[in-house]
Write a new protein. Structure first.
Length: 374
């Protein structure tokens, strides 16, 4: 039998585990660390099935045992609401980014809970969901409608896997709203204009030192805002001439071979930082805020319809192909894009580091040549 001490000592498994208490009561521990009570019994057809009794510690060991003695309480937990399921799903997802978790939570609260929150999840049908998606579509928010449908589908899939409901009514509604048109991030991809942008950044006198240095470095390494803002000195290996971005949620590291201009800028960044980040924000030990880099570009007279910080990635991708004649597959690899062919990606795990060093050297030399065009 289980005890509270045994439960507290359970470690997160590499695959789902079930721990028997008594009389068909199990504590199911997932690889994400969540603990859920399950009751194994024979249904009216004589087949073994599992019934969800709630999550631990919300449902204590004592209360889980009591549920087996009180069929009315068991029936109550069988009729779990959409709101309860959505709340459990958010915990199960285990978002590591506060921004992403907050965004998904806000969409659930704003668009789903008002209509579905108090409904028993097992009773929800496509007809209950479709009006929600169509109302979002009618306001012109096509991408939002697609994302809300995806959230719904994931919540119901979790419900099916935990025996809260038997089907996923959101799945058949995939594609029920108009597809949003692809919107590319504004980016300068014409050589002379890009040269003027670099000169504008270099001559800026109204920026914080960390912000200016970050904008000067960005064209050389073309990282996403999150990666460069959260960079720390320990990510830089000057001996190997390598910048290692920590593993993302997919378990992948991203490598940036360091050229001489980049090394000089990184050494300056380390020398002038007053905290744990390469590019410090206004407060000590804090990074640059999410909007700082785009605001800095606006303050330099760069219109948001012309170029945004993320646009440095498009600038590199386009100019490296057209003017440096660099290989497209290496460009994609250095951008950190995932190989589209899943079979090929599974077998080809080569980082092609030496080839990428040559690519980065050629790109840095090209940027130096642009200085003479502005």
């Amino acid at each position: 039998m289980l005890t509270n001490t045994k439960i507290h000592r359970l470690k997160t498994p590499t695959k789902l585990e079930r721990h028997l208490d008594s009389d068909g009561l199990y504590l199911e521990v997932t690889k994400s660390g969540s603990k859920n009570w399950r009751y194994r019994y024979k249904n009216h057809t004589g087949s073994w099935t599992m019934k969800a009794l709630g999550s631990y510690p919300k449902i204590s060991l004592e209360k889980a045992r009591a549920l087996l003695d009180d069929l009315e309480v068991v029936a109550e937990y069988k009729c779990i609401s959409f709101k309860e399921t959505a709340s459990e799903w958010l915990v199960y997802k285990g978002y590591t980014s506060y921004k992403n978790k907050h965004l998904v939570h806000r969409r659930i609260e704003n668009y789903l809970l008002p209509k579905l929150g108090n409904m028993t999840i097992a009773n929800i049908k496509p007809k209950d969901i479709l009006p929600i998606l169509k109302q979002i579509e009618a306001k012109g928010h096509l991408e939002l409608a697609r994302r809300v449908q995806n959230i719904l589908s994931q919540i119901f899939k979790y419900g099916v896997q935990n025996l809260y409901c038997e089907t996923n009514p959101a799945q058949p509604l995939q594609g029920c709203t108009k597809q949003p048109s692809v919107r590319h991030m504004p980016a300068i991809v014409e050589q002379s204009e890009f040269a003027r942008l670099l000169a504008t950044i270099d001559s800026a006198s109204n920026l914080m030192p960390s912000v200016k240095l970050c904008l000067q470095l960005a064209p050389h390494v073309f990282l996403r805002s999150q990666s460069i803002r959260m960079a720390k000195p320990e990510h830089i290996d000057f001996d190997r001439k390598l910048w290692v971005i920590p593993k993302d949620k997919m378990g992948r590291e991203h490598w940036i071979p360091l050229t001489e201009p980049v090394i000089e800028m990184l050494q300056t960044a380390i020398a002038q930082t007053n905290g744990e980040y390469l590019f410090n924000g206004i407060k000590p030990n804090s990074p640059l805020s999410e909007n700082t880099l785009n605001h800095a570009l606006r303050s330099l007279g760069v219109d948001k319809q012309t170029h945004v910080f993320h646009g440095f990635r498009s600038s590199f991708s386009t100019l490296a192909r057209e003017h440096c004649r660099l290989p497209g597959d290496l460009i994609e690899l250095q951008l950190g894009h995932i190989e589209g062919n899943q079979v090929k990606a599974a077998y080809d795990r080569s980082q092609r580091l030496e080839e990428r060093r040559e690519l980065m050297d050629k790109w840095s030399k090209y940027l130096a040549e642009l200085a003479h065009l502005s």
